[in-house]
Write a protein that binds this ligand. Structure first.
Ligand code: DX5
Ligand code: ZN
Length: 219
């Protein structure tokens, strides 16, 4: 069970300090948005390179961008330990995942809420993680979509059948009141933006989320 706080809800003027505040987390989740794949613009490779130099935890890049086939591998090459691309945007997800892995990073594929799981299940041998979005990507602080839990369960079932060690991440509206249903459905990596950075003590918020999912295990 791993916690990956999203710095989208952090103070962008003090990112080194904000990363230090989540040193008890497993990852730092960095949302890259290009204003095309999603209607919002955040940061890109030069900022991620700067974050990599100061982050006390490995960086989990969530790329909400067009043409990840071209733009995603450089994040792995720069040193991000996990790189997630959206299946809706990738032209050749198999080649892309292989390129990310060849750079020494974990390769991960993300699905928007409206994207069904079944057509992508055959890609499982190529990835290390599946991200099931629990909000429409683009903004922090949105309401959790509990109706995505059956999709999380379907991914968990595919992973079980496939037999490999593939993590299942949820992102969007994950908080103390929603994290347990995610774990029950089969998720094991939890992204939380506003629930970690929204109230002052980020470390206490991480500890609380961890406590809530402690003991949940997935065969
Ligand atoms: C949304 C981003 C999320 C966002 C989550 O498109 O992918 O990572 O930061 O924020 P919360 O946890 O506030 O919903
Ligand atoms: Zn994200």
């Amino acid at each position: 069970m791993q916690i990956s706080p999203s710095i989208l809800s952090a103070d962008f003027a003090n990112l080194e300090h904000e990363l230090d505040a989540i040193r008890s987390a497993d990852w730092a989740h960095v949302d890259v948005m290009d204003n095309h794949f999603v209607p919002n613009l955040t940061l890109g490779l030069p900022v991620v390179e700067a974050l990599l130099k100061v982050s006390p935890v490995p960086i989990d890049c969530h790329l909400m961008i067009e043409n990840p086939d071209r733009w995603a591998p450089p994040y792995a090459e720069a040193g991000a330990k996990s790189v997630t691309f959206h299946v809706e945007a990738a032209n050749d997800p198999v080649t892309l995942a292989r390129e990310i892995r060849a750079q020494g990073a974990r390769a991960s594929m993300a699905l928007k809420p409206g994207t069904p799981w079944e057509p992508y299940a055959e890609l499982l041998p190529e990835v290390d993680m599946v991200l099931v979005m629990t909000v429409e990507p683009g903004f922090g602080g949105q309401a959790f979509m509990a109706d995505m839990m059956p999709k999380v369960a379907a991914v968990r079932e595919s992973v079980r059948r496939h037999g490999g060690e593939v993590w299942i991440q949820v992102d969007g509206g994950v908080s103390a009141s929603t994290i347990e249903q995610c774990a029950d459905a089969g998720a094991d990596v939890f992204v939380a933006g506003s629930a970690v950075y929204g109230a002052d003590d980020a470390a206490a918020n991480i500890a609380r989320l961890r406590d809530l999912v402690r003991g949940h295990t997935h065969p």
